[in-house]
Design a protein around this ligand. Structure first.
Ligand SMILES: NC(=O)c1ccc[n+]([C@@H]2O[C@H](COP(=O)([O-])OP(=O)(O)OC[C@H]3O[C@@H](n4cnc5c(N)ncnc54)[C@H](O)[C@@H]3O)[C@@H](O)[C@H]2O)c1
Ligand SMILES: CC(C)[C@H](C(=O)O)[C@@H](O)C(=O)O
Ligand SMILES: [Mg+2]
Length: 344
């Protein structure tokens, strides 16, 4: 029987995960859901943002569903030694699982164009996928350091690291509209030169995919002015972090953005947004990104594509009927969740 490890985390994490669990229990009642602490909550409980108990629970699990980690700007957590901070717990979780390919789909769902702050002719029909490398680059490179008046980080990638995430992007493009845009800064960075060379060589194996290379600064503009030109975007870790928050403008809110992190037996599913300390505890967070992440979990880790389709359709219906506050509506977390459950 399938087993999913549930990691609510901090801030709005428990609120949005609570919503997704209601949906999962409805469409997949046979799946075992097991909650464990992560992030600041785990630091408070166990002195470690990724405690051994949570790590052990992941062994043999089919998937993990994560909420969010991290505190407000003035949180004491931000002054802990870096390995004890909530965000380090999340990075260690990703590394422990070995999930190097982070898929962040961005869709303006039919009938929900009005939720985008962009003009309808720009937003309508947008359906793109950001494939973000998740275990390399500046985030994990050991060549880093901080002195009193100087500090440095390094963006290092090996050909093998680029190839393995590239494979996910090429395969996704092949199954979609066949256009892959590799995002880099090859006009300035050597690491981007290697990225570009590697992806170009890989393209030989995917004759049905058209490969383009674009500079990340230019993509930042085109993503919100001409988003319909993109199908799959492949990018390194830090560029992908930034571009995926920017892409949230397209559907209308960070609260709508799901993600799937793949590459290992146990997939990790989490919304793209953070712990939103400004609205945490108020019951107004948009749970759609987490519910849609649960749909990705059903599709990719549990092989239940039809249930995933059902959940996605229900979210679309619910958002059209009762948009949450981040989308200009008034629905609370509970009201949107109830609407999703009704629409299933
Ligand atoms: N994956 C993660 O766990 C993750 C991701 C990003 C940031 N963080 C952490 O979260 C904390 C806050 O970061 P931040 O403020 O830069 O980013 P954030 O994504 O938490 O919030 C940015 C803005 O978007 C809003 N927002 C985000 N999610 C929403 C939702 N579901 N519904 C409605 N509104 C939503 C917030 O209210 C806020 O105004 C920090 O500690 C940061 O390190 C965690
Ligand atoms: C919280 C942080 C470590 C994380 C990241 O930078 O990967 C987040 O911003 C994300 O996008 O998932
Ligand atoms: Mg981010």
């Amino acid at each position: 029987m399938a087993r999913v490890v549930v990691l609510p985390g901090d801030g709005i994490g428990p609120e949005v995960v609570g919503a997704a669990l209601q949906v999962l229990r409805e469409v997949a009642p046979d799946v075992t859901l097991e909650e464990h602490p992560i992030g600041g909550a785990a630091f408070e409980a166990a002195g470690d943002p990724f405690p051994p108990g949570t790590r052990d629970a992941l062994a043999g699990a089919d998937a993990a569903l994560l909420g969010t980690v991290g505190g407000a700007p003035d949180s004491a957590w931000n002054h802990l030694p870096r390995p004890q901070r909530p965000e380090s717990g999340l990075l260690r979780l990703r590394q422990h699982l070995g999930v190097f390919a982070n898929l962040r789909p961005v869709q303006v769902m039919p009938g929900l164009e009005h939720l985008s702050p962009l003009r309808p002719e720009i937003a309508a029909g947008v359906d793109l996928l950001i494939v973000r490398e998740l275990l390399g680059g500046a985030y994990f490179d050991p060549r880093r350091g901080r002195g009193e008046d100087a500090a440095f980080n390094t963006i290092g990638y090996s050909r093998a690291e680029i190839e393995r995430v590239g494979e996910h992007a090429f395969r996704a493009a092949q199954e979609r509209r066949g256009v892959l845009t590799s995002v880099d800064k090859a006009n300035v960075l050597e690491v981007s030169e290697l990225w570009r060379d590697t992806v170009t060589a890989q393209a030989q194996a995917y004759p049905r995919v058209t490969l383009n290379h674009e500079y990340v600064d230019s993509v930042a503009t085109l993503l919100v002015t001409r988003p319909q030109r993109y199908d799959v975007l492949l990018t390194e870790n830090l560029f992908g972090d930034i571009l995926s928050d920017l892409a949230a403008v397209l559907p209308g809110s960070l609260g709508l953005m799901p993600s799937a992190s793949l590459g290992a037996r146990t997939g990790l599913y989490e919304p793209v947004h953070g712990s939103a300390p400004d609205i945490a505890g108020q019951g107004v967070a948009n749970p759609a990104g987490t519910i849609l992440s649960a749909a990705l979990l059903l599709r990719y880790s549990l092989g239940r594509g039809s249930e995933a389709d059902r959940v996605e359709a229900a979210v679309r219906t619910a958002l059209a009927a009762v948009p949450t506050r981040d989308l200009g509506g008034t629905a609370t977390t509970a009201e949107l969740t109830a609407a999703v459950l009704r629409a299933l």
